[in-house]
Design a protein around this ligand. Structure first.
Ligand code: PLP
Length: 383
């Protein structure tokens, strides 16, 4: 990682991560010398196609998938949209169930079809019996993210997968051959969790580069072999016709390099950040009335989300920024929206509590010293 250039403390890694130098180095050649279209028939183009396929294989390796199951997309939003629209448009009379804490890039496409929302607990974990009750004979897709972008709660994807298989088998016995697929948005999980699709038991999975020290607008949709999707982006038939358009080769190379680094480091980084997270949470709980949101046990190691009753989060964020600390009120992706966070509503926070909540997300450059400084600044501001 490059050295920091200023005294500011960046604590919004769930919104964006700085690109790793190795990622940038790996990408450079594909903007200049190896700029060829990977679909071209001449040797230079075929060489680029080979490099693109190597990047595909690298990603497939970490997902325990086949290279043919990896579809390059322009980011997480696009991967989620392709997954939801692609499955639902293939089954026009069917419905889907999504968790109450999904990102808008799952919720918005889902709301174009008949859909239901499965409840989560106060900690943001999926309520499995509520999920089961909402899956009916016409359900073809269930979307549950691997880890939440606002409160960091990790979902029991394996358990959800087992439940879905049980329901699917019961349906088969009744002669209902409709598929029942599980999609997981793993964009916030890729730095810290196992993405192996068979161990998770997922049929579709999304990741992006912008959250793992890779390029923004780079992403992947894993699509289990044998599952057919209705193509929603039509054109030149690239990416098996599922995502037409000339591939962004530098972005794909960057994403593969970034995922390689992230997954190689993930145990080390998770342990390192868990220690700092504990220090942070212990310090924050010294503020009278402070409440940590989300699960304390099944939580991303880089996430700290809290409510400070009586404090206006917008004002506090500005004061923190002036003091050199960059944090967030919630999802940066919906920062332009005035609407209170759906995730926080889903875990039972009221409007006032939502307006008093802030999110800190740590990353590779975060140090214990930075967190101690942040605590000092924060305690000074709220006291
Ligand atoms: N899903 C989650 C959980 C996210 O946090 C984000 C972005 O913050 C996205 C999807 C969208 O990803 P992208 O910005 O790459 O489109």
């Amino acid at each position: 990682m490059p050295k920091k250039t200023s005294q500011t403390i960046y604590l919004d890694y769930a919104a964006a991560t700085p690109m790793d130098r190795h990622v940038l180095d790996a990408m450079k050649l594909y903007f200049t010398d190896k700029f060829y279209n990977p679909s071209s028939t001449y040797m230079a183009g075929r060489n680029v196609k080979q490099d693109l396929d190597e990047a595909r294989s690298k990603i497939a390796h970490w997902l325990g998938a086949r290279p043919s199951e990896i579809i390059f997309t322009a980011g997480g939003t696009e991967a989620n949209n392709i997954a939801v629209h692609g499955v639902m448009q293939n089954h026009p009379k069917a419905n889907l169930v999504i968790s109450a804490v999904e990102h808008d890039s799952v919720l918005e496409p889902a709301s174009e079809y008949e859909f239901q929302i499965a409840k989560v607990s106060k900690q943001g974990r999926i309520d499995l019996s509520d999920l089961a009750s909402k899956i009916d004979d016409q359900t073809v897709l269930v979307c549950v993210m691997q880890a939440n972008n606002e409160i960091g709660t990790i979902q029991p994807i394996k358990e959800i997968s087992e439940l879905i298989h049980k329901i699917r088998n019961e349906r088969l016995k009744k002669g209902n051959e409709l598929p029942l697929l599980l999609h997981s948005d793993s964009t916030q999980a890729a730095n810290y969790l196992d993405l192996h699709v068979a161990r998770l038991g997922v049929d579709l999975l999304s990741i992006n580069g912008g959250k793992i020290y890779g390029p923004k607008q780079s992403g992947v949709l894993y699509l289990k072999g044998g599952i057919s999707l209705k193509s929603t982006i039509l054109g030149g038939n690239q990416e098996q016709g599922i995502r037409s358009g000339t591939q962004n080769v530098p972005a794909a190379i960057g994403l593969a390099t970034a995922l390689d680094i992230a997954q190689n480091k993930r145990n080390y980084e998770a342990k390192r950040l868990q220690k700092i997270q504990k220090l942070f949470i212990d310090g924050l709980l010294k503020i009278p009335g402070a409440i940590i949101n989300g699960s304390l046990k099944t939580r991303l190691p880089n996430n700290v989300h809290l409510t400070l009753p009586g404090i206006d989060n917008e004002t506090l964020l500005i004061q923190l920024d002036e003091a050199g600390v960059m944090a967030a009120a919630g999802s940066a992706c919906s920062a332009s929206s005035e609407e209170p966070s759906k995730v926080l509503r889903a875990i039972g926070l009221d409007k006032a509590e939502i307006q008093s909540s802030i999110r800190f997300t740590m990353g590779r450059r975060t140090t214990e010293l930075e967190i101690k400084k942040t605590l000092q600044i924060l305690l000074g501001l709220v006291s």
